[in-house]
Design a protein around this ligand. Structure first.
Ligand SMILES: Cc1cc2nc3c(=O)[nH]c(=O)nc-3n(C[C@H](O)[C@H](O)[C@H](O)COP(=O)(O)O)c2cc1C
Length: 442
C-alpha cells in the first residue's frame, strides 16, 4: 500500500462587513442578495455563521472602516447614494451574536487603533474572547482613510507615524493581556479571597503615544489574547505583520505575485527571529461556482452588471486615498505610491496581467471583488485554482469575498468544500476548540 504524501489543507475565511454591502460593489441590488433576510437583524448573521461553520471555515472575517469614504469629489455623496459600504454598523456588536449561534467558528474583528485607547481595546477583546470560549481574532488596523480622521475631528497622520503608534498600542495591549498570572484566581469562598493581588500586575506604561496605569480589568481569556491578524502591505506594514501577526491577509492578482509575497514574508520573519512559514498566509479569492461552466459564467456576468461606474470610482478612491474624479476615465493608471491601501493598489496595476489599465477598467475590475483573483467555474475548476495557489503561490488559505449573501457561502460550502475534501485538501472536522488551535494546527 502506498502512503499518500500529506497535502497542505486550505484554511477558509468568509470576508464580510457589518453593513448593507460588503466588498463586491453593487451587490445589494443583485436579485439574489439577502432574499428574505434583513442584514440589520441577528438572524442573518447567525445563518451566515452557521453556514460557514457547516463548511468548517476557520472564521468569519468582519472588515470595517469607521466612516463613509469621502475621497471621491471630496465628498461621501457617491458612497451614500450608491450604498458603497454605507451604511455600515459597528463590527464588534455582532460578535457575540455569531458566537452564540456556533461552537467552533472563529470571528475576526477589525478594530482600529486610531481613536480608541489601548486599555479599553484590551478589555473589549478579552471580554469577547471569554464570551466566545476563545474564538476571537483581532484584525489590527490604523485607519488609512481620511474620512475616518475627519469624522473623529483629527488631522490624519503619516503612514510611518501610524505604524509607530500601532506598535506601541499592541505592546501596551500585550502587557495588559499578560498581566494576570495563570494561578492568580483563588476563588476561595471560605476565606473570601478571590484573587492574589501579587499575581495581578499593575501596568505602568509611559510611552511616546500612550500612558496607562492600572490593572487589566479582565482575567485571562481562553486564548490569553486574541489571534493577531494583519493586512498591511507597505514596507512598514509587512514588517509589522512579520513581527506581530499570526495570520496575514493579502490580495495578489496572480500566482507569481503570491509567490513573491510569500518569499518576502519569510525573509521578514527571519529578521524577527521567527521560523519560516510561521505565519498563516491567507490570500483573497473571489469564487463564482456553478454546476456547469456556463452557469458560473452567467452568474459572474450578473455580478458585474450590478456595478455602477461612479460607485466603483468612489470606492476605489476611498481605498487608495486618491480622488479618481480628477482623471479622465480613459487615462492609464500609473504605478505610484498611494496614501491609502498600498497593498491593494497592485491588484489594480495588474488587472490586465501587466498591460496598461485605464481608470475606468481599473474601477470596474476593483469593484467586482477588491482586486482578488477570480475563480469562475465548476467546483473542480475552483478547487484546481485553489490548489495551484497553495502549491505554487504559497497560500495557506483563502479569504472568500462575499458576493450575493448568504447564497455565495451556501454554494461554496455545498459544492466546493466537498470537492476540496475529496482531494484531501480540506479538513473533515475542526482539529481544535479555539480559533488559534484551528488556524495554527491544521
Ligand atoms: C485584504 C485586506 C483587507 C483589509 N481590510 C481592512 C479593513 O477592514 N479595515 C481597515 O481599516 N483596513 C483594512 N485594510 C488595510 C490595512 O490593514 C492597512 O491598514 C492599510 O493597508 C495601510 O497599511 P499599508 O499601507 O501597510 O498597506 C485591509 C488591507 C488588505 C490588504
Amino acid at each position: 500500500m502506498s502512503i499518500q504524501p500529506h497535502k497542505k489543507h486550505a484554511h477558509l475565511l468568509g470576508f464580510i462587513q457589518h453593513g448593507v454591502n460588503s466588498h463586491a460593489i453593487g451587490m445589494w441590488r443583485h436579485p439574489k442578495d439577502k432574499v428574505n433576510w434583513d442584514w440589520k437583524l441577528p438572524e442573518y448573521w447567525q445563518h451566515m455563521a452557521r453556514t460557514m461553520e457547516r463548511g468548517l471555515f476557520d472564521a468569519m472575517f468582519i472588515a470595517d472602516e469607521l466612516a463613509p469614504y469621502n475621497t471621491y469629489q471630496g465628498s461621501s455623496d457617491a458612497c451614500v447614494k450608491y450604498g458603497v459600504q454605507c451604511p455600515t454598523h459597528e463590527p464588534s456588536t455582532i460578535v457575540p451574536i455569531i458566537t452564540t449561534a456556533t461552537e467552533r467558528l472563529g470571528v475576526g474583528v477589525t478594530l482600529s487603533t486610531a481613536f480608541e485607547h489601548p486599555y479599553s481595546m484590551a478589555r473589549r477583546l478579552s471580554s469577547l474572547d471569554h464570551l466566545s470560549a476563545g474564538r476571537i481574532a483581532w484584525n489590527i488596523v490604523s485607519s488609512y482613510s481620511k474620512s475616518e480622521w475627519d469624522a473623529y475631528g483629527q488631522e490624519m497622520t503619516m503612514r510611518t507615524d501610524r505604524y509607530d503608534r500601532m506598535e506601541e498600542y499592541v505592546d501596551l495591549c500585550c502587557q495588559l493581556w499578560d498581566s494576570w498570572e495563570p494561578d492568580a484566581i483563588v476563588a476561595d469562598q471560605a476565606s473570601g479571597i478571590f484573587a492574589d493581588p501579587d499575581k495581578v500586575k499593575v501596568i505602568d506604561y509611559d510611552g511616546k503615544y500612550f500612558k496607562s496605569k492600572g490593572r487589566h480589568f479582565c482575567a485571562p481569556s481562553p486564548q490569553g489574547r486574541p489571534v493577531f491578524w494583519q493586512a498591511g502591505s507597505s514596507e512598514r506594514g509587512r514588517d509589522f505583520a512579520a513581527q506581530y501577526s499570526e495570520a496575514i491577509f493579502a490580495v495578489h492578482p496572480n500566482v507569481e505575485r503570491m509567490r513573491q509575497y510569500t518569499d518576502d514574508i519569510n525573509v521578514r520573519l527571519a529578521k524577527f527571529g521567527r521560523p519560516e512559514n510561521s505565519v498563516v498566509r491567507i490570500y483573497g479569492l473571489q469564487t463564482v461556482v456553478g454546476l456547469s461552466r456556463g452557469e458560473a459564467e452567467e452568474k459572474y456576468a450578473r455580478i458585474q452588471e450590478g456595478i455602477l461606474p461612479e460607485a466603483a470610482l468612489a470606492w476605489m478612491s476611498g481605498h487608495f486615498g486618491l480622488d479618481f474624479s480628477q482623471y479622465s476615465p480613459d487615462e492609464y493608471v500609473q504605478n505610484i505610491e498611494v496614501p491609502g491601501i498600498q497593498g491593494l493598489f497592485e491588484s489594480v496595476i495588474y488587472a490586465k496581467g501587466g498591460a496598461p489599465v485605464t481608470v475606468r477598467e481599473a474601477a470596474l475590475h476593483y469593484a467586482q471583488g477588491m482586486g482578488m483573483p477570480i475563480a469562475v467555474g465548476t467546483p473542480a475548476d475552483i478547487a484546481d485554482q485553489m490548489e495551484h495557489y497553495m502549491d505554487e503561490g504559497g497560500a495557506d488559505g483563502f479569504m472568500l469575498i462575499a458576493t450575493n449573501t448568504p447564497g455565495c457561502f451556501e454554494e461554496f460550502v455545498d459544492l466546493v468544500v466537498p470537492e476540496l475534501q475529496r482531494r484531501g485538501r480540506y479538513r473533515t472536522s475542526y482539529p481544535g476548540i479555539t480559533l488559534r488551535e484551528n488556524l495554527l494546527n491544521d
